[in-house]
Design a binder for this molecule. Sequence first.
Ligand code: HEM
Length: 299
Amino acid sequence: MQHPVGHRVAADGSLLLADFWAFLFNPWAIAQYAHNMTSTVVTASFVVAALGAFYLLQRKHLEQARLFLKLGTTAGLISSVLVAFPTGDVQAKHVARYQPVALAAMEGRFESGPRAGLNMIGQPNVRERRLDNPVTVPLALSVLAFGHTSSEVQGLNDFPERDWPDNIELLYYAFHIMAGLGTILIAIMAAANLLAWLGRLEKTGPMLWVLMLAFPFPYIAVIAGWLTTELGRQPWLVYGLFRTAQGSSPMVSGGTALFTLLGFCGLYLVLGVLFLFLIAREIAHGPSTETPRREAAHA
Ligand code: HEM
């Protein structure tokens, strides 16, 4: 969908699979899979570290809390670095190469040119085709996108408006939230590991509070990443081949689609509330101190 390969267009205009191996080893899909899987490890690590910090602050289940903290912070540092580099970096290079208009929108970049700076902060002003109040790291976008300071990075003005992503503002903010949180997550885990290495993590209350409260960040980054991908691909359903506007079915009415959407929202709301309730109950209950039956039998 994002970077279709291994297909051919039949006489009636339909798309057929022509090369299974090209399809299976689509470089975009491999990079995206790696980035997604790494982001799940980041999320799990932050949750485990948060639980360890919570029990330590409460002075409860200390043996398990230390284990959670060590595991969560070690895996958290490794995975937070990997989610930015190489997986996030490779993803960004693929977007630059195969969806340059999406990259321009993600960065709020309207003018084309070499030696492009990375916009860290700013508000895209689509009507006037500029980024308001930008704070930019010089040359960084050229390097991140193509590996050289002198590389040319296209801006939105280079593309017809009908090919621009529909919601440039949301795309820009989603990308910046994901990448910004990615940087914050590395900083948190680097600080926690440094304190652990100095033997002071358990005694540093503020760091335990940060670890305990930071667990929603990876969830937010995951949603922002997904938004970046899906908004960036617009206005295409299958990139470059099939527009979203062509993708609606004449067999499904607007009412049916709305009803199904509301049904899914309701279902996920119930599942979400149930998930939070069960997790809170397990955390309050704490880890079991009983020896598992199989181990007891071998003892
Ligand atoms: C500095 C760090 C990061 C960089 C450079 C980066 C880069 C990217 C890029 C370029 C995309 C693809 C956008 C597109 O396809 O149009 C993406 C998607 C995504 N990112 Fe990140 N990212 C970073 C951090 C994170 C973090 C911390 C998480 C979560 C913990 C995350 C989760 C995701 C997810 C879930 C997607 C969507 C993938 C999909 O829909 O298959 N990213 N990221």
